[in-house]
Design a protein around this ligand. Sequence first.
Ligand code: B12
Ligand code: SF4
Length: 479
Amino acid sequence: MKIMFVEPPKDMWFVMGDYVPPPYGIIQLAAYVEKDVKDVDIEILDCNAEHVDWGGMRNRIESSKPDIVACSSLATCNTYVVARTLETVKKVDKNILTVTGGQHFTATAQESLEEYPVIDVIVRGEGERTLAELVIKAKEKLNLPKIMGISFRQRGKIIHNPLRPLIENLDELPYPGYHLVQHIVSRYNFAMMAGRDAAYVLIEGSRGCPHECTFCTQWKHWQGTWRMKSPKRVANEMEFCHRNFGSRFIWLTDDNFGAGTRANDLADEIIKTGVSDDATWFVQARCDDIVRNKDALPKLRKSGLSWVLLGVENSDQSTLNAFKKEITPEEAKTAVKLLKKNDIFAHVMLIIGGRKDTVESIRKQREFANALDPDFVMFGVLTPFPGTHVYEEARRNGWIEDFNWSHYDMIHAIMPTETLSRSELQEQLYECYRSFYSPWRRKLQGLFSSNKLKRKVFRYMAGRAMLEQFKSLFMGVLE
Ligand code: B12
Ligand code: SF4
C-alpha cells in the first residue's frame, strides 16, 4: 500500500513577498500515518519546493503508482488547484483513492463532492486519526463507510459520517515529518521575514481557538476548542528541527498565544534548549493576550521571539463588536507599544469592507493605522470564507458577488458594502497600503530603523515594489 501526499503548485500570496512554505498539514499527517499504520509506503510530492509543474506532477504520479493520493489545500483560494490535482490523479488511474481535507473542504463537503467527482473522500476537521483509519481500512479492503469524520459518495449519494472526537493530548502527536522531505527541507524559506538563507519550518504549538470571530474559520473547524502542546514539547520540537534540519526561522502556527503562564513557560523552555542563540521565531497573537503577557515579553524576546502578527482587525469598537472580536482599540495601541518596547517586530492586521464601511470609516482606519505606527501593516478585505458567520449572513442576504474561490484571499473584494461597490472597495484597499507605505518619512524610518528586522523588511519591500502590485490588482481585479 502506498500513499502519496501532494502539495500542489499554489499561487503565492504576494503581500508577504517570496516564500516557499513547508506544507505543514500533510507533513504532519504523513508523520502520523507513518507512526500508526504498518507496512505503508509514504511519499511526499511538494510541487512548490521541487519546482514540479502540472505535467511533472502527472509523471510523478504515474511512476509512483500510489494507491491513495492525499492533497493539501490550506485555504479556500486553493480549491481549483486541489480539484485539478485530483483530476490529474484520476486521469492517471481512476482506481487511486483521492482524499482532501482542511478548513474549506470541511465547510463545503456537500458542495465540493457534488461539484468535483474526482474527490473520493473529504476528511472533515482533525485529520490524523481519520486518515490513518482510512489507510488501514483501504489496505485491508474493509468497510470505508464506517469511518468517522469522512464525507464520501455511496451509490450516487453523498454521505457525511459524524465528526470524530478530537485528540485529547496533542503531545501524543509525532514530531512533524520533516524527515520525509529531508531532500528539500533546505529550500523552505520566507525571504521577507527571515531572508532566503534561513531554513524555515512551521511548528504547531496549539490547535484551535476559544473565541468565535465572525470572519474566521478556525474556531468552528476545531469545534470551538483550544488545545495546546506542553511548552516543553514545543521547545523540544524547535530544538529537534534546529538540530536536524538547521531551522533558523520557526513559525508557530498557533492562532492564539493564550493567557496564564503558558507564554512565560514557553520562553523558559525555549531558552533552556539554547535554540535562541541561532534561531528566531514568530507567532500570531490577540492584542489582549499580548497585554496580559506583558511581563513575559522580555523573556520571550530573549527566547528568540522576533515578530508577532497582531489581529487588530479594526479601529472602530462597534465593528469589533460586530466581528465578536472581544478586544478594544485601546488594547491594540497598548499591544503595539509593548511589542515595540521589547524590540519585537509589531505586525498589524486590519480588515476593511464590513457591510457598514464607508469612504469615511475606511479613512479613519487609515488614520488609526498611521497613529498606531506598527512596524508593518497588512490590510485585508472582509472575505466570506465558507464556514464563517460572515459567509452564512452574506449568502442569506445575497451580498456575495464573486464566487470564484481563487479570489478568496483577502486582497480581492468579494462583496460590496452598503455604500461602496467592489471596485471602490478594491480602490480603498490600495489607498490603505499607499497611505501607510508611501510617505517618505515612513520609508526612511524603516530603511534606517534601529531594529535590524525592520530595516531588512523595508529594504526587501523597496526592492519588490509591493505597492505597484497592489495598484495593478486594483486596476485588474474586476475586469
Ligand atoms: C502558516 C499559514 C500560512 C502560510 C503558508 C503555510 C503553508 N503551508 O502553505 C502563509 C503565510 C504563506 C499563508 C498564506 C495564506 N493563508 Co494561511 N495560514 C497559516 C496557518 C497559520 C497555519 C497552517 C498550518 O500549518 N496549520 C497546522 C495544520 C496541522 O493544520 P491544518 O492545515 O488545518 O491541517 C489539519 C486539518 O485541517 C486536516 N487537514 C488539512 N488539510 C488536509 C488534507 C488532507 C488530505 C487531510 C486528510 C486532512 C487535512 O488535518 C490536519 C491535521 O489535523 C493557518 C491557521 C492555522 N493555525 O492553521 C492559516 C490559514 C490556513 N490561512 C488562511 C488564509 C486565508 C491564507 C491566505 C489566503 C492569506 C490570508 N489572507 O490570510 C494565504 C493563502 C496562500 C495560498 N495560496 O495557499 C486561513 C484559511 C481560511 C480559508 N478557509 O481560506 C487560515 C485558516 C487562517 C485563518 N485564521 O483564517 N498561510
Ligand atoms: S480571529 Fe483569532 S481570535 Fe478570532 S476566532 Fe479566529 S483564531 Fe480565534
